[in-house]
Design a protein around this ligand. Structure first.
Ligand code: 13P
Ligand code: SF4
Length: 304
């Protein structure tokens, strides 16, 4: 079968079985082409909760599928490749953060959406990379414990100096591996290009950027900008997608190291097998987990 024939089959089966396909922007182009919705992690879970379909297939990583399930407990939610985790989300668990909370009893615990559903149950409010600054500003408490990403947390702390923000040493190993040497090399090669980076990058890289934002933020900025050349400081698929979308502009990778192996695990074949009911994993969360994790997400909506 060709790629196009597999895509046609996926489209046919999803209609027949009332399936909504969500694909995170870090997924491959052939997957994005068959998706009902694409975008960043939070937008996708909101899209899923509004979609009328009975079944949701979340082509991304596990915490994203869990977020869909929390927001749409009545729907069947599937992850096409059960091995697709997130190195950041897997760094901190409920046990660890329960201990840390005892050290900071007066702090509001802010969890990046890249956390497990189980960990969300003991946090106060969730944030995404696009909403973190606004939500931290709006939190009534001045003391904030921000988990797990210390790079995003540092970025937020600089934008919200009026709050006392405590960080733990977690983060995305993919974004954290680019350094200022990579930036200097890229700027030397492409002196007219603007540097757009995700706040999961280290503070010294973020300090050199022309724009800092979420996956969707970077894409919107580049599409709307009058500038013609960009260095993209997030997962390399974003530069690829932008290049297809904006033929009159040039996009360069900040570094070839920016490849998320977790996001790359899911293939079109995984998606095909999943919609056929011959692969993937259905996400099950118990009622208590859904109820408690949901509070943290509802608080994000209230404050955002
Ligand atoms: P977004 O929330 O920007 O989609 O980011 C998710 C992610 O995992 C970035 O590494
Ligand atoms: Fe997780 Fe980093 Fe991959 Fe995003 S890029 S899914 S934070 S490991």
């Amino acid at each position: 079968m060709t790629i196009s024939e597999i895509q046609q089959e996926i489209l046919r089966i999803k209609k027949e079985k009332d399936i909504c396909i969500l694909a995170h922007s870090y997924q491959a182009r052939e997957i994005l082409e068959v998706a009902d919705f694409t975008g960043d992690s939070f937008k996708l879970s909101v899209d899923a909760s509004k979609a009328p379909h009975k079944n949701i297939v979340m082509s991304g990583v596990r915490f994203m599928a869990e977020t869909c399930k929390i927001l749409s407990p009545e729907k069947h939610v599937y992850l096409p490749n059960p091995h697709a985790g997130c190195s950041m989300a897997d760094q901190m668990d409920k046990q660890l953060i329960s201990q840390v909370k005892k050290m900071y009893p007066d702090y509001t615990v802010v969890a990046y959406i890249n956390t497990t559903a189980e960990l969300k149950t003991i946090c106060d409010v969730c944030v995404t990379s696009s909403s973190a600054v606004k939500i931290c500003k709006n939190i009534e408490n001045d003391n904030i414990l921000f988990i797990p990403d210390c790079n995003l947390g540092d970025y937020v702390a600089k934008q919200v100096p009026e709050k006392n923000i405590k960080l733990l040493s977690g983060g995305c190993p993919i974004h954290a591996c680019v350094n200022t040497d990579d930036v200097m090399k890229a700027k030397a090669l492409y002196p007219n290009a603007e540097l757009l980076v995700h706040p999961e990058c280290t503070p010294d890289v973020v300090a050199l950027a022309d724009y800092v934002g979420s996956t969707s933020g970077i894409m919107d900025y580049a599409i709307k900008s009058d500038k013609k050349e960009f260095i993209i400081g997030t997962e390399i698929s974003i530069a690829e997608h932008l290049q297809y979308m904006c033929l009159d502009k040039k996009f360069h990778y900040l570094s070839q190291k920016l490849i998320c192996p977790n996001m790359k695990l899911t293939t079109l074949i995984d998606l095909y097998n999943c919609v056929k009911g011959e692969g993937g994993e259905e996400i099950f969360l118990d009622d208590d987990t859904i109820r408690d994790a949901r509070k943290c997400i509802d608080e994000m909506i209230r404050l955002g």
